[in-house]
Design a protein around this ligand. Sequence first.
Ligand code: CA2
Length: 163
Amino acid sequence: MSEAIPAPSGRGTVLVLNGPNLNLLGTREPEKYGTSTLADVEQLAKDAGAAHGLDVECFQSNHEGALVDAIHSARGKAIGIVINAGAYTHTSVAIRDAISAVQLPAVEVHITNVHAREEFRHHSYLSDISKAVIAGAGIMGYRFAVEYLAGLQGPQGPQSGQD
Ligand code: CA2
């Protein structure tokens, strides 16, 4: 996974990660997750990044270790991580530890309002180590997350001294 993110250009790169079953977006349970596909979500994130001079790299996996590898690959290359870890949100100490280890600002995104769903979805291993949490805004949450990370960069980027 060390090749997942190319060398940054422009104002930097945001890594957008999607976890298990999110490859099914737009094909099942539209009443819960909407009709947009994962490709639509990734394009939305890329467009949001481009509007702020950021590259957006996207990765989806149904495998916990692959997500951990992708997070590691962001170290020293990405300016931040947007993550919808899917069900791993509620179970994965490994993904939590990976995010903590890379010391990058992370935004946790959920398409649905997990707090209005089953009790087991109310706890997240990622929320307290994330800079921001967005839940229930549908796929717009990904756009808001990229915009938030762009805002952390300041108007000219982190090295400008103008933020
Ligand atoms: O609301 C979210 O974004 C979730 O992260 C989605 C996860 C769920 O386990 C979390 O509690 C909340 C499930 C992703 C399943 O994605 C599907 C998409 C379309 C059809 C079926 C599943």
